[in-house]
Design a protein around this ligand. Structure first.
Ligand code: NDP
Ligand code: HSE
Length: 428
């Protein structure tokens, strides 16, 4: 048997302790599968004294993750601290610069610095792997870089943030408003330390940008993701969508268009009877479309100790086996800057607005939309006790960018209160 693979793990929170557990509990299985012992030699976290529910007494401790990454008895650096910059990035760079492989679950770091890190990894001949960074336990990075490598990928879509799917499905089942379910999710510890990462669509946008880079052979372009969070989705929106046969999901879509790569992460009405429409709670789903394979649907736990540690271990095992791949599935130097095509693909939209209930108000809205080339498919005004009338409009397919401009014109008429809410209806 070859020499052991010695891990240095920085970050001993939910994911880090999960990885320690797998290494400790399945040592024989791991060596049978890889032909090497996989051992932990050194660890790092913020607080040394914290009880983490696993025995860490055999491992050397480093306060500084960068020092951990540089230790001579660490062959593979496992970064599980999080944060796009700071110690996570510094320690990852230190390991790669020393020619050591890195495994990370850090989608924020990869979404913002993926290209530079991939170049550093390749310059030093050190693999950088991140299966856990996207959709937790679902092996979607492997699916794209390996299983579907013979396809021209045309579209990657899906639900990639479990917290948002939990909030939206709980609202629907309980009939309670967003604010109450948000507080419930916070109480259950589901939300990131900065909740806007989840509910603002940023976390899911990071994941989509990573998948998009692999799928289309472009540099990661997180700034090119059109982001819209779930904060303005109301319980009424959920009920009205359901009445029309839809459910609302925070849906990510990256597609190859004639104009370039289009990436969006936003609340979207999807058919209730589709696989995405049936997704409940914190589960994730990724749908991949390739020219040869057709459509692939992957579904599973997108977060949590076991699922995420499972994904980290798949990368560790690949490295133990000596299997390597360029970071985004092809050499970093061959990744083209992404040509952005923002909000060009036409789709139907659900638009909710509060209209001043006075003569001619509805006509002015219809006129502005018509002048902008937005065609109304369905329209309904709901019962209302006060002076403002809730109006729901479903448009015929139009480019989101055109609708957005048209709604600015609607607001400028002065007949609506507040900003309209516009949600896309999924294009098949
Ligand atoms: P946690 O907050 O549970 O754990 C973070 C760990 O990093 C803690 O042990 C913390 O130390 C340590 N840490 C933080 N800052 C420093 C620092 N400056 N120096 C040394 N150690 C530090 O995070 P998770 O385990 O949930 O997440 C880890 C990574 O995995 C993140 O990138 C996250 O986005 C990603 N991820 C997480 C998923 C999940 O389900 N939790 C799913 C998919 C990806 P201490 O414990 O002492 O405070
Ligand atoms: N906050 C993320 C989610 C954790 O809710 O899906 C996993 O990345």
């Amino acid at each position: 048997m070859t020499s052991p693979l010695r891990l240095g793990i920085a970050g001993l929170g939910t994911v880090g302790t999960g990885v320690v557990r797998i290494v400790q509990d399945t040592a024989d299985l791991l060596s049978a599968r890889t032909g090497r012992r996989i051992e932990i030699t050194a660890i790092s976290a913020r607080s040394r004294g914290k009880d983490r529910g696993v025995d860490l007494s055999a491992y050397a401790w480093e306060d500084d993750p960068v020092a951990l990454a540089r230790r001579d008895d660490v062959d593979l650096f496992v970064e599980l601290m999080g944060g796009s910059d700071g110690p996570a990035k510094a320690a990852t760079e230190a390991a790669l610069s020393a020619g050591k492989p890195v495994v990370t679950a850090n989608k924020a770091m990869l979404a913002l610095h993926g290209q530079a890190l991939a170049e550093l990894a390749e310059a030093n001949g050190a693999p950088l792997r991140y299966e856990a960074a996207v959709a937790g336990g679902i092996p979607v990075v492997k699916a794209l870089t390996e299983g579907l490598a013979g396809n021209v990928i045309t579209r990657v879509s899906g639900v990639m943030n479990g917290t948002c799917n939990y909030i939206l499905t709980r609202m629907e089942h309980s009939g309670l408003p967003y604010e109450e379910i948000f507080a419930e999710a916070e109480g259950l510890g589901f939300l990131e330390a900065d909740p806007t990462l989840d509910v603002g669509g940023i976390d899911a946008g990071h994941k989509l940008a990573i998948l998009s880079a692999i799928a289309f052979g472009t540099q990661v372009d997180f700034d090119g993701v059109q982001l819209q969070g779930i904060e303005r989705v109301s319980i009424d929106d959920i009920h009205r969508a359901r009445d029309m046969g839809y459910r609302i999901k925070l849906l990510g879509e990256a597609r190859r268009t004639d104009a370039g790569i289009e990436q969006s992460m936003r609340p979207t009405l999807v058919p209730a009877d589709s696989p995405l429409g049936q997704l409940e709670g914190g589960t994730n789903m990724v749908v991949i479309e390739g020219d040869a394979v057709g459509q692939i649907v992957l579904r599973g736990a997108g977060a949590g100790e076991g699922p995420t540690a499972s994904a980290v271990m798949s990368d560790v095992i690949d490295i133990a086996r000596g299997f390597t791949l360029p970071t985004f599935g092809q050499p970093a130097s061959s990744l083209a800057p992404a040509k952005r095509a923002n909000a060009v693909t036409a789709c139907a939209h659900y638009v909710r607005l509060m209209l001043r209930d006075e003569p001619g108000a509805l006509a002015r809205v219809a006129t502005v939309l018509g002048q902008a080339g937005i065609s109304i498919d369905r329209m309904r005004q709901y019962d209302h006790p006060g002076a403002d009338a809730p109006v729901l409009i479903v448009t015929h397919p139009c480019a989101p960018v055109d609708l957005s401009d048209a709604l600015s014109g609607v607001v400028a008429t002065g007949v609506v209160r507040g900003d309209p809410v516009a949600l896309q209806i999924q294009t098949p």
